[in-house]
Ligand binder design. Structure first.
Ligand code: ADP
Ligand code: ASP
Ligand code: MG
Length: 409
């Protein structure tokens, strides 16, 4: 008997009709003789609604209470799903994060899993029950409710699959049937990938592709959990496998680029004419880091007469906070001033083939230039090239790059 973990995204649980279809699919799996552990996301749009509701009281909302509020989305969907399964004649039980005891640290809204107690789940499975775990939630050592970051139900599923040594970890989606070369919502000829390596998927997720949560992919890589991204309600359709690099490469042969991503959650800040001497970067980035703001790209110009400009990017959601800190530091350092822009986006090419092929970056720059798209900042790693551009060119840039590297059908 195998243990199958199935995670259903919010779009798959958007209403009671869809919840019934999901329950029927779960029962079909159970009927084959396998144990089924289900992870549910909040019903479509619910988490956004709960965040908006909280923000309408105070913005930013109290961190502890926000997690109490947002975690309720998964409480509702897990209960409804277990109820639906029971109404169809099969035994099921739902567990919240604190009931399983998914222990996390206390970093509200982006908590890290520290430990999972699998005893209750194992016992329920042994008793023949279908177990439904509310995704996205955990509890800290003190008993406070925490959440695992946007898209965090993916992490709940992957970590439970790892701890329980599941035979499969299936992430079900409703609006896409797998991972594509780029967002199919933007590029009509995007192509579904049969396989993709953990590292590429991790880059794609970190660089803005919302299809999987980056932290879930990181966890899957660390514990070698193969992920199967699949369409809800179409059991015969193969989706996309996220697997080790060797396995993915065998499938892809000569493919250099696997995907194009974009991220509009970007803003940049420049601090002008700061003294070019040791300790200046630390003075600026220490208080920003202390506020939990993740700085992505950093560019420092060549210095002239002992002074230099420094530009960096932050998530747009942290823009105001980062700007305030930078302005304070600028005053302290007697810098010439601070400029900023929160209408930028980042487009990226991702592919393990870059390790062995040259000329990718230049082809990318030429393609953007042909469309008259100015590149504001550039950053590269072993398997990605990213360009910051004006936000208004995002869709054009994605389609241009997708075509330039022949990624389409
Ligand atoms: P779920 O509700 O199942 O968690 P999400 O809404 O989180 O699903 O993720 C699916 C969305 O991700 C799709 O609507 C799609 O537009 C978007 N997306 C972005 N990039 C990609 C990609 N490379 N492949 C597939 N979907 C993508
Ligand atoms: N409901 C949470 C979110 O919308 C977690 C998830 O769906 O995975 O981010
Ligand atoms: Mg998701």
């Amino acid at each position: 008997m195998a243990l199958i973990v199935q995670k259903y995204g919010g779009t798959s649980l958007a209403n009671l009709d869809k919840i019934r279809q999901v329950a029927e699919h779960i029962i079909r799996t159970k009927k084959k003789g396998d144990d089924v552990l289900v992870v549910s996301s909040a019903m479509a749009g619910e988490t956004d609604r709960l965040i908006r509701l909280s923000r309408s009281i105070i913005d930013p909302p109290d961190e502890r209470e926000l997690d109490v509020v947002t975690s309720s989305g998964e409480q509702v969907s897990s209960g409804l799903l277990a109820m639906m399964i029971k109404s169809l004649g099969y035994d099921a039980v739902s567990f919240q994060g604190h009931q399983v005891r998914i222990i996390t640290d206390n970093a509200y809204s982006k908590a890290r899993i520290v430990k999972i107690d699998d005893e209750k789940i194992k016992k329920a499975l042994l008793n023949g029950k279908i177990v439904v775990v509310a995704g996205f939630q955990g509890v800290d050592e003190e008993g406070n409710v925490t959440t695992l970051g946007r898209g965090g139900s993916d992490l709940t599923a992957v970590s439970l699959a790892a701890v329980l040594k599941a035979d499969a970890c299936e992430l079900y989606k409703d609006d896409v049937d797998g991972v594509y070369t780029t967002d199919p919502g933007i590029c009509r000829n995007a192509r579904k990938l049969k396989k993709i390596s953990y590292d590429e998927m991790l880059e794609m997720a970190s660089l803005g592709s919302k299809v999987l949560q980056a932290r879930a992919v990181e966890f899957a890589k660390k514990f070698s959990v193969p992920i199967h991204v699949r369409p809800t309600g179409r059991p015969d359709t193969e989706g996309t496998w996220v697997v080790e690099e060797e396995e993915a490469m065998a499938e892809m042969e000569d493919i250099v680029i696997s995907g194009v991503t974009y991220d509009k959650n970007q803003a940049k800040i420049t601090i002008m004419q700061v003294p070019d001497r040791p300790g200046i970067a630390a003075k600026l980035f220490t208080p920003i880091g202390n506020e939990g703001i993740v700085v992505d790209m950093i560019v420092q110009n060549v210095s002239t007469e002992g002074y230099t400009d420094m530009t960096f990017t932050v998530p747009r959601t942290d823009f105001k906070k980062a700007l305030r800190i930078t302005e304070e530091v600028a005053k302290e350092l007697s810098a010439k001033g601070v400029t900023s822009n929160n209408h930028i986006a980042m487009v990226s090419l991702v592919g393990v083939g870059m390790k062995t092929h040259s000329g990718i970056a230049s082809r990318m720059f030429s393609a953007l230039a042909r469309e008259g798209i100015n590149i504001i900042m550039i950053s590269t790693s072993e398997i990605k090239v990213s360009c910051v551009i004006d936000e208004k060119y995002t869709e054009l840039a994605v389609r241009t790059l997708h075509d330039a590297f022949n990624l389409g059908e």
